[in-house]
Design a protein around this ligand. Structure first.
Ligand SMILES: Nc1ncnc2c1ncn2[C@@H]1O[C@H](COP(=O)(O)OP(=O)(O)OP(=O)(O)O)[C@@H](O)[C@H]1O
Length: 379
């Protein structure tokens, strides 16, 4: 694999890593690190004990933004070790980033890749549109909801329509925390959300039992829904699928202002999608609405396609028909799209080289990162 580009889909919850051309990531790594282990200074005994007690694994990313740069490097290195990449300086690196991040964030990302991983060349692409590349479509609207970011990205004939991209800072991690609050309020659970064991239980309940209800008729939910019917919590209490709190959890994606700790006016994913469609020219709105694709782990709730389609249709003119599907592997779609892009020789020519980094500095990446808007790239 010498010289083959590496693809790093740097998500808020996990990093998916592999080589360009691979169908799926070779390694999926929790984007978390242990502060004690990676601290440059030897922590005092008291600090170590306190950190260990409080389960010192820290999230590297907070809603699509790196909050622990030291941790990011550690996670990237560990993932490459697991992939048995002996010498990263042999592999150009394509890395994903959420759209509308501060520009300085992209510069720091580039700096870490050149300085700490010693890669020879870097390209940074927005994660959202990649789901369409993954399913070989060049026109459509991606609704991506991962662990920390919700984004809607319109792509027309391989152009990302940047001024119509929407991004909000909520995702699966917020839903898990919200489920914890619901369990506390309705069933009296008082476990701290910082406790990793409890967090894992909550995440499992969310992924196995929660679903999205059809807005028009909640009674249409049937027992055939592919959700687990019961879940036994460690204290023996049984959560039943008919408990309303399990449908409230995913409802937060549609009414984040009401359910999550966000501005009350915060828009749900259907409204973001409608803004993206209506923010594009009249001539392309129909093609976008007719090709809505769900991506990201937090779109895996049963009932999701139907609900998004119903809600979106209500917000669009009747002549603009919404059709919503989900990619087959939503958590890997951004990696898969990145893997396809990184194998194209045209795109490889757009990578920022180490020479450019040394000559112009990390901010030079902004001169290189518009490549996905060039139509010839995907022809
Ligand atoms: N079956 C499921 N039902 C609901 N949510 C799920 C399911 N499987 C995974 N998730 C959630 O998806 C999220 C992870 O998705 P993904 O890997 O796409 O995010 P990410 O790339 O790490 O983050 P982001 O793109 O937001 O920065 C987690 O919150 C996880 O709990």
């Amino acid at each position: 694999m010498a010289g083959t580009p590496l693809v790093l889909d740097n998500g808020s919850g996990s990093v998916k890593v592999g080589y360009a051309g691979q169908q799926e990531p070779q390694v999926v790594y929790d984007n978390m690190y242990t502060a004690v282990r990676s601290s440059r200074h030897e922590p005092s005994k008291a600090t170590s004990e306190a950190l260990e007690k409080s389960n010192a694994r820290l999230h590297v990313m907070d809603h699509g933004i790196v909050s622990q740069w030291e941790g990011l490097v550690e996670v990237f290195k560990a993932a490459l070790d697991e992939m048995k990449v002996v010498d990263p300086s042999q592999h150009p690196c394509l890395v994903t980033e959420a759209p509308l991040n501060p520009t300085v964030h992209r510069e720091l990302l580039v700096e870490k890749l050149f300085e700490e991983l010693r890669v020879p060349a870097v390209q940074v692409v927005h994660s959202g549109a990649l789901a369409l590349y993954a399913i070989n479509r060049r026109t459509g609207l991606v609704i991506e909801v991962g662990d920390g970011v919700a984004q809607t990205v319109p792509l027309f004939d391989s152009y990302v329509v940047f001024n119509a991209v929407q991004r909000r800072d909520f995702g699966g991690r917020d839903l898990t925390a919200y489920l914890g609050e619901l369990l506390q309020k309705e069933l009296g659970y008082k476990e701290a959300l910082a406790d990793e064991v409890w967090w894992t239980q909550l995440q499992t309940v969310k992924e196995r039992m929660c679903r999205v209800t059809p807005q028009a008729s909640p009674s249409r939910i049937s027992r055939q829904d592919p959700v687990q019917q019961e879940y036994k919590l460690p204290d023996g209490k049984v959560l039943d699928w008919e408990q309303g709190l399990l449908s409230q959890c995913a409802e937060a994606l549609f009414q984040p202002g009401q359910h999550l700790k966000l501005d009350e006016e915060a828009e749900g994913i259907h409204k973001m999608a409608a803004s993206s469609v209506l923010g594009c020219g009249l001539d392309i709105q129909k093609s976008l609405a007719n090709n809505v694709v769900l991506s990201g782990g937090s779109t895996l709730f049963p009932g999701m396609c139907q609900r998004v389609q119903e809600e979106l249709q209500r917000l669009l003119p009747s002549a603009v028909k919404a059709k919503v599907t989900r990619v087959s592997k939503p958590t890997y779609a951004a990696f898969m799209g990145g893997s396809i892009l990184a194998s194209m020789s045209d795109l490889q020519k757009t990578f920022m080289t180490r020479g450019e980094y040394l000559e112009y500095g990390a901010s030079f990446i902004h001169n290189k990162s518009v490549s996905l808007t060039k139509p010839h790239m995907m022809s």
